[in-house]
Design a binder for this molecule. Structure first.
Ligand code: ATP
Ligand code: MG
Length: 211
Protein backbone atom coordinates (compact mmCIF):
# COMPACT_ATOMS: atom_id res chain seq x y z
CA UNK A 1 0.00 0.00 0.00
CA UNK A 2 1.03 3.62 -0.45
CA UNK A 3 1.24 5.66 2.77
CA UNK A 4 2.29 9.01 1.25
CA UNK A 5 1.59 10.41 -2.20
CA UNK A 6 3.12 13.43 -3.96
CA UNK A 7 3.97 15.12 -0.71
CA UNK A 8 5.87 18.39 -1.09
CA UNK A 9 6.61 20.11 2.18
CA UNK A 10 8.87 23.08 2.79
CA UNK A 11 9.61 23.91 6.41
CA UNK A 12 11.04 27.44 6.68
CA UNK A 13 13.80 27.77 9.24
CA UNK A 14 12.60 28.65 12.76
CA UNK A 15 8.92 28.28 11.85
CA UNK A 16 6.31 25.95 13.33
CA UNK A 17 4.01 23.72 11.31
CA UNK A 18 1.18 21.52 12.59
CA UNK A 19 0.20 18.39 10.67
CA UNK A 20 -3.36 17.20 11.18
CA UNK A 21 -5.20 14.21 9.81
CA UNK A 22 -7.20 11.18 10.77
CA UNK A 23 -5.76 8.00 12.19
CA UNK A 24 -4.00 6.11 9.40
CA UNK A 25 -3.66 9.20 7.17
CA UNK A 26 0.13 8.79 7.10
CA UNK A 27 1.28 11.31 9.73
CA UNK A 28 3.71 9.04 11.56
CA UNK A 29 4.99 7.76 8.22
CA UNK A 30 5.68 11.34 7.15
CA UNK A 31 7.48 11.92 10.44
CA UNK A 32 9.72 8.89 9.96
CA UNK A 33 10.56 9.95 6.40
CA UNK A 34 11.41 13.50 7.51
CA UNK A 35 13.47 12.15 10.41
CA UNK A 36 15.42 10.00 7.91
CA UNK A 37 14.27 6.83 9.66
CA UNK A 38 12.55 5.54 6.53
CA UNK A 39 13.70 6.12 2.99
CA UNK A 40 10.89 7.01 0.60
CA UNK A 41 10.49 4.85 -2.51
CA UNK A 42 10.59 8.08 -4.53
CA UNK A 43 11.56 11.63 -3.70
CA UNK A 44 14.05 13.17 -1.33
CA UNK A 45 14.44 14.99 1.97
CA UNK A 46 16.73 18.01 2.07
CA UNK A 47 17.97 19.54 5.30
CA UNK A 48 19.57 22.89 4.63
CA UNK A 49 21.90 22.22 1.70
CA UNK A 50 22.20 18.48 2.33
CA UNK A 51 20.21 15.97 0.31
CA UNK A 52 19.52 12.87 2.43
CA UNK A 53 18.90 10.81 -0.69
CA UNK A 54 22.54 11.23 -1.65
CA UNK A 55 23.83 9.79 1.66
CA UNK A 56 24.50 6.22 2.76
CA UNK A 57 22.82 4.94 5.97
CA UNK A 58 25.72 6.09 8.17
CA UNK A 59 25.66 9.53 6.57
CA UNK A 60 21.92 9.73 7.20
CA UNK A 61 22.42 8.66 10.82
CA UNK A 62 25.01 11.41 11.30
CA UNK A 63 22.74 13.99 9.69
CA UNK A 64 19.88 12.86 11.92
CA UNK A 65 22.02 12.94 15.06
CA UNK A 66 23.32 16.43 14.37
CA UNK A 67 20.20 18.13 12.99
CA UNK A 68 17.03 16.33 14.09
CA UNK A 69 15.31 15.87 17.44
CA UNK A 70 12.32 13.59 17.45
CA UNK A 71 9.62 12.80 19.99
CA UNK A 72 7.91 9.54 19.10
CA UNK A 73 4.22 8.83 19.44
CA UNK A 74 5.22 6.13 21.96
CA UNK A 75 7.89 7.81 24.06
CA UNK A 76 10.54 5.06 23.82
CA UNK A 77 12.29 6.03 27.05
CA UNK A 78 14.99 3.70 28.29
CA UNK A 79 13.46 2.09 31.42
CA UNK A 80 16.78 1.23 33.10
CA UNK A 81 18.01 4.84 32.89
CA UNK A 82 17.01 7.72 35.15
CA UNK A 83 15.19 10.78 33.80
CA UNK A 84 18.40 12.76 33.36
CA UNK A 85 20.21 9.81 31.78
CA UNK A 86 17.37 9.50 29.30
CA UNK A 87 17.75 13.18 28.37
CA UNK A 88 21.50 12.58 28.02
CA UNK A 89 21.00 9.48 25.88
CA UNK A 90 22.41 11.14 22.74
CA UNK A 91 25.57 11.90 24.71
CA UNK A 92 25.94 8.21 25.63
CA UNK A 93 26.20 7.42 21.93
CA UNK A 94 29.00 9.97 21.52
CA UNK A 95 30.49 10.28 25.04
CA UNK A 96 33.59 12.10 23.86
CA UNK A 97 31.68 14.89 22.14
CA UNK A 98 31.72 16.95 25.34
CA UNK A 99 32.60 16.38 28.98
CA UNK A 100 30.10 14.49 31.04
CA UNK A 101 29.68 17.39 33.48
CA UNK A 102 28.94 19.83 30.65
CA UNK A 103 26.45 17.39 29.16
CA UNK A 104 24.81 16.79 32.53
CA UNK A 105 24.49 20.52 33.22
CA UNK A 106 22.82 21.03 29.86
CA UNK A 107 20.48 18.09 30.54
CA UNK A 108 19.60 19.67 33.90
CA UNK A 109 18.94 23.01 32.24
CA UNK A 110 16.57 21.28 29.81
CA UNK A 111 14.74 19.57 32.68
CA UNK A 112 14.33 22.97 34.35
CA UNK A 113 12.93 24.46 31.14
CA UNK A 114 10.45 21.58 31.06
CA UNK A 115 9.70 22.05 34.79
CA UNK A 116 10.68 18.51 35.77
CA UNK A 117 14.09 19.29 37.29
CA UNK A 118 13.11 17.64 40.56
CA UNK A 119 12.51 14.32 38.79
CA UNK A 120 16.08 13.95 37.45
CA UNK A 121 16.96 10.88 39.50
CA UNK A 122 13.69 8.97 38.95
CA UNK A 123 13.16 6.22 36.42
CA UNK A 124 10.46 6.33 33.72
CA UNK A 125 8.16 3.97 35.65
CA UNK A 126 8.29 6.34 38.64
CA UNK A 127 6.85 9.38 36.85
CA UNK A 128 3.52 10.23 35.21
CA UNK A 129 2.68 9.94 31.52
CA UNK A 130 2.88 13.70 31.03
CA UNK A 131 6.22 13.82 32.79
CA UNK A 132 7.49 10.98 30.55
CA UNK A 133 6.37 12.97 27.56
CA UNK A 134 8.43 15.92 28.75
CA UNK A 135 11.47 13.67 29.27
CA UNK A 136 11.10 12.51 25.67
CA UNK A 137 10.94 16.17 24.57
CA UNK A 138 14.04 16.91 26.65
CA UNK A 139 15.94 14.09 25.02
CA UNK A 140 14.97 15.40 21.59
CA UNK A 141 16.29 18.85 22.56
CA UNK A 142 19.58 17.62 24.00
CA UNK A 143 21.58 17.73 20.77
CA UNK A 144 20.30 21.26 19.98
CA UNK A 145 18.54 20.12 16.80
CA UNK A 146 17.76 22.53 13.98
CA UNK A 147 14.65 20.45 13.19
CA UNK A 148 12.40 19.36 16.06
CA UNK A 149 9.67 16.84 15.21
CA UNK A 150 7.01 15.68 17.66
CA UNK A 151 4.37 13.04 16.88
CA UNK A 152 1.26 13.63 19.03
CA UNK A 153 3.20 15.20 21.89
CA UNK A 154 0.10 16.09 23.90
CA UNK A 155 -1.91 12.96 23.12
CA UNK A 156 -1.70 11.54 26.64
CA UNK A 157 -1.90 14.73 28.66
CA UNK A 158 -4.55 16.61 30.60
CA UNK A 159 -5.47 20.03 29.23
CA UNK A 160 -3.26 22.09 31.52
CA UNK A 161 -0.17 19.91 31.05
CA UNK A 162 -0.87 19.78 27.32
CA UNK A 163 -0.88 23.57 27.21
CA UNK A 164 2.47 23.65 29.00
CA UNK A 165 3.99 21.11 26.60
CA UNK A 166 2.53 22.97 23.59
CA UNK A 167 4.00 26.16 24.98
CA UNK A 168 7.44 24.58 25.30
CA UNK A 169 7.38 23.14 21.78
CA UNK A 170 5.90 26.11 19.96
CA UNK A 171 8.28 28.62 21.51
CA UNK A 172 11.33 26.62 20.35
CA UNK A 173 11.62 28.59 17.08
CA UNK A 174 11.93 31.86 19.01
CA UNK A 175 14.00 30.49 21.89
CA UNK A 176 16.38 28.07 20.16
CA UNK A 177 15.96 28.94 16.50
CA UNK A 178 14.64 25.44 15.85
CA UNK A 179 12.24 24.53 13.06
CA UNK A 180 9.23 22.74 14.55
CA UNK A 181 6.94 20.15 13.02
CA UNK A 182 4.21 18.84 15.26
CA UNK A 183 1.68 16.13 14.47
CA UNK A 184 -1.42 16.71 16.53
CA UNK A 185 -5.11 15.99 16.94
CA UNK A 186 -5.28 18.82 19.44
CA UNK A 187 -6.92 21.93 17.94
CA UNK A 188 -5.42 24.13 20.65
CA UNK A 189 -1.90 23.01 19.74
CA UNK A 190 -2.58 23.33 16.01
CA UNK A 191 -3.97 26.85 16.41
CA UNK A 192 -0.76 28.00 18.01
CA UNK A 193 1.50 26.81 15.18
CA UNK A 194 2.49 29.28 12.44
CA UNK A 195 0.57 27.17 9.91
CA UNK A 196 -1.57 24.05 9.64
CA UNK A 197 -1.49 21.33 7.00
CA UNK A 198 -3.71 18.27 6.73
CA UNK A 199 -2.87 14.78 5.48
CA UNK A 200 -5.77 12.99 3.83
CA UNK A 201 -4.96 9.42 2.82
CA UNK A 202 -1.31 10.24 2.24
CA UNK A 203 -1.87 13.56 0.44
CA UNK A 204 -0.91 16.82 2.04
CA UNK A 205 -3.15 19.86 1.71
CA UNK A 206 -3.75 23.22 3.37
CA UNK A 207 -6.16 23.91 6.20
CA UNK A 208 -7.51 21.79 8.99
CA UNK A 209 -10.37 19.92 7.36
CA UNK A 210 -9.88 16.25 8.21
CA UNK A 211 -12.30 14.60 5.85
N1 ATP B 1 5.45 -0.51 8.84
C1 ATP B 1 4.33 -0.48 8.14
N2 ATP B 1 4.10 -1.37 7.14
C2 ATP B 1 2.97 -1.32 6.40
N3 ATP B 1 2.00 -0.40 6.58
C3 ATP B 1 2.16 0.50 7.55
C4 ATP B 1 3.34 0.53 8.38
N4 ATP B 1 3.22 1.55 9.25
C5 ATP B 1 2.04 2.14 8.98
N5 ATP B 1 1.41 1.53 7.97
C6 ATP B 1 0.12 1.91 7.37
O1 ATP B 1 0.32 3.16 6.73
C7 ATP B 1 -0.80 4.01 6.94
C8 ATP B 1 -0.35 5.29 7.63
O2 ATP B 1 0.08 4.96 8.94
P1 ATP B 1 0.63 6.07 9.94
O3 ATP B 1 1.18 5.36 11.14
O4 ATP B 1 1.53 6.97 9.20
O5 ATP B 1 -0.74 6.82 10.33
P2 ATP B 1 -1.00 8.05 11.30
O6 ATP B 1 -1.60 9.15 10.47
O7 ATP B 1 0.22 8.36 12.07
O8 ATP B 1 -2.14 7.48 12.27
P3 ATP B 1 -2.40 7.73 13.86
O9 ATP B 1 -3.10 9.04 14.00
O10 ATP B 1 -3.29 6.58 14.23
O11 ATP B 1 -1.08 7.66 14.56
C9 ATP B 1 -1.80 3.20 7.76
O12 ATP B 1 -2.75 2.66 6.87
C10 ATP B 1 -0.96 2.12 8.40
O13 ATP B 1 -1.72 0.96 8.62
MG1 MG C 1 0.72 8.19 14.08
Amino acid sequence: MVALRDVTLDLPRASSTAILGRSGAGKSTLVSVLALLRTPTAGDVRIGDVSAGGLDPIGRAHLRASEIGIVFQAFHLEPAFTVIENVMLPWHFAPHSERRRVARNWAHEILEILEIGELAARRPNQISGGQRQRVAIGRALFARPSLFIADEPTGNLDEETANGVADTILTLPARLGATVLVVTHDAVVAERADRRLTLVRGRLGPGDETR
